[in-house]
Design a protein around this ligand. Structure first.
Ligand code: 5AD
Ligand code: FES
Length: 346
């Protein structure tokens, strides 16, 4: 048996791996067994069904200054926008007609979306769309705020941990941001009862096999319902503009490893993956991802939500992204489904 095969079998059966095994999986010439096994495991849990989420980018204002991000506070030349409550609700309406049963409200950390306003929006979506899941991706907030939004009807929260290595975290973020606070937020979200998503960029500056190993161990311990990973993509105008992009192949292998560590996890093939490779999302699905998140934001603001360069889908209407996703998934033997797509605990 090849070394890869033996490691993959152990990973599948014991749901764990050593740093040496991770090294082999990340550096082996070809990792077909890893990807195929991860896909079989995903098929075993979710079948040939891919969950879709309608992504609504509600604001590109952000008080933070993360070194990698194209909408960081100090980034010049960004046309800042916020969607009105009406625009958000109309995006949901369009999304519902297109078959989305999860809406993801994502935005920078923007004080305009305070608890009162955000709570009101969540409540209106909850009232109109009782059969839909509401996912929030609005960064770090107080526990009280997370609780209010949960009570108003939000079900899921995405907050990437970015890296589970404190020193690495500090090299990606300005001094005002704290690793411990981010971890505190993730813990609060979980305790409140959200389905929680953490995640990281693959190939962020300073990342190593050792920090990736810590990311995987963090995922094992934290047991998130969702994990979002995508390649780091340099954004012009940021301190990391000259850094090398993350690798598509490495991202795909990590998706496969995460599927084997947490067989039931909801795992998106991200837009960043599709940006670096026109077949990136398909490759992600074929290595165990089971979610895609087409964009529902009004086209007039799409290009202003550029976390990184050359982001795809910035000119496409919601319906085009919806059709394109369906077509791409069909082409590889998968169906997108009209479903909330909740985490299956058994
Ligand atoms: N490349 C890839 N991903 C990025 N993100 C932010 N900036 C970049 C970039 N330059 C990711 C972060 C964040 C999520 C919303 O987008 O991981 O949590
Ligand atoms: Fe947006 Fe393909 S998913 S155009």
């Amino acid at each position: 048996m090849s070394q890869e095969k033996a490691i993959v079998e152990r990973l599948r059966d014991r749901r764990d791996l050593t740093p040496e095994e991770l090294h082999v999986l990340l550096t082996a010439e070809d990792c077909r067994t890893l990807k195929e096994t991860a896909r079989e495991v995903a098929d075993g849990v979710y079948g040939k069904r891919i969950f879709i989420r309608g992504l609504i980018e509600i604001s590109n204002h952000c008080k933070n200054d993360c070194l990698y991000c194209g909408i960081r506070r100090s980034q010049a030349g960004v046309k800042r926008y916020r969607l009105s409550e009406e625009e958000i609700l109309s995006a949901c309406e369009k999304g519902y007609r297109l078959g989305f049963r999860t809406f993801v409200m994502q935005g920078g950390e923007d004080g305009w979306f305070d608890d009162e306003r955000t709570e009101r929006i969540v409540r209106s979506i909850r009232e109109k769309y009782s059969d839909c899941a509401i996912t929030l991706s609005l960064g770090e907030r107080s526990r009280e705020s997370y609780q209010r939004l949960y009570d108003a009807g939000a079900n899921r929260y995405l907050l990437r941990h970015e890296t589970a290595d404190k020193g690495h975290y500090e090299s990606l973020h300005p001094k005002e941001m704290s690793y411990d606070h981010r971890m505190r937020c993730l813990q609060d979200l979980k305790e409140i009862g959200y389905q929680v998503g953490c995640g990281f960029m693959v190939g962020s500056p300073g990342q190593s096999e050792a920090t990736l190993y810590e990311d995987l161990q963090f995922i094992r311990r934290f047991e998130p319902q969702m994990v979002g990973i995508g390649p780091f993509i340099a954004a012009q105008g940021t301190p990391f503009e000259k850094e090398e992009n993350g690798s598509v192949e490495r991202t795909v292998r990590l998706l496969a490893i995460i599927r084997l560590l947490q067989p039931r996890v909801l795992l998106p093939a991200t837009t960043a993956l599709g940006t670096l490779d026109p077949l990136g999302r398909e490759k992600g699905i074929l290595a165990g991802a089971n979610v895609v998140m087409p964009n529902l934001s009004p086209v007039e603001h799409r290009k202003d939500y550029s976390l990184y360069d050359n982001k795809i889908c910035t000119g496409d209407e919601a319906a085009e992204c919806r059709n394109c996703t369906e077509y791409k998934m069909r082409a590889i033997g998968y169906e997108t489904v009209v479903d909330r797509g909740d985490y299956r605990s058994e």
